[in-house]
Design a protein around this ligand. Structure first.
Ligand SMILES: Nc1nc2c(ncn2[C@@H]2O[C@H](COP(=O)(O)OP(=O)(O)OP(=O)(O)O)[C@@H](O)[C@H]2O)c(=O)[nH]1
Ligand SMILES: [Mg+2]
Length: 213
């Protein structure tokens, strides 16, 4: 088991350090690429670190655009991993607080919801939660929606470098307890820091294995 995992991590490391390219931005469902390859989507509140995590996983500084201002990512952005293509990563607009007019935020919310509910190529969703805040009401609502749509998801704690180890342990335990209440959630919760590279190699392996299911 241990050995198998090391092998998968090495395979994932090689793949993610190889060709990764931006494919396209889809501002509406009709602009989605053909669903001819597996997709792994990143969702979570505005500013939680979705685009940063995508950069960390692919080992590139700014393949996905990040910002201190919530609401940076406004469309579904597709990135292709591997040559030949193995799978696509999908960076999505955040939910909850964003510096944009309510009507615009509502458009993003629908786009994300419709994509998550209806996309056959979608293999897994990474649901990002800020380690400083834990699961908030909007996150729990998103989890419920994913449960109902039967979309499997992994909860990923982000920005773990920003809190003390003791606090991190507590939030981690609470988030695991929350995950176990949700049928479509993985029982394990990933702890990451895109800034420090923590948990990134393990998550790469998880994404690779999800893309092959
Ligand atoms: N310290 C620390 N900061 C992080 C980490 N990940 C992201 N950030 C910061 O958090 C801010 C938001 O990051 P983004 O990756 O743009 O967040 P997002 O979820 O894509 O945001 P939207 O596209 O607006 O929904 C940026 O200032 C990042 O530098 C991390 O692991 N550690
Ligand atoms: Mg973003």
């Amino acid at each position: 088991m241990e050995e198998e995992n090391t092998e998968l991590m090495e395979q994932a490391r090689k793949l993610f350090s190889g060709p990764v390219t931006f494919l396209k931005s889809a501002p509406a469902l009709k602009f989605l690429p053909d669903g001819d390859s597996p997709e792994i989507a990143f969702c979570g509140r505005s500013n939680v670190g979705k685009s940063s995590l995508l950069n960390a996983l692919t080992g590139r500084k700014s393949i996905a655009r990040t910002s201190v201002t919530p609401g940076r990512t406004q469309e579904l952005n597709f990135f292709e991993v591997g040559e030949p293509l193995q799978f696509r990563l999908v960076d999505m607009p955040g939910y909850g607080f964003a510096k944009a007019p309510p009507a615009v935020v509502e458009t993003w919310r629908r786009l994300v919801r419709d994509y998550l509910r209806g996309r056959v190529a979608l293999k897994r969703t990474l649901l990002l939660v800020d380690a400083r805040h834990g699961v908030k009401t909007v996150d729990a609502e998103m989890m419920k929606m994913l449960d109902e749509a039967a979309v499997g998801y992994r909860i990923v704690l982000t920005k773990s470098d920003k809190i003390k180890a003791s606090e991190l342990e507590k939030v981690h335990a609470e988030t695991i307890a929350e995950a176990r209440k949700h049928p479509a959630a993985y029982p394990e919760v990933h702890v990451t820091s895109s800034e420090k590279g923590l948990g990134i190699a393990e998550l790469r392996a998880a994404v690779l294995s999800d893309s092959q299911t």
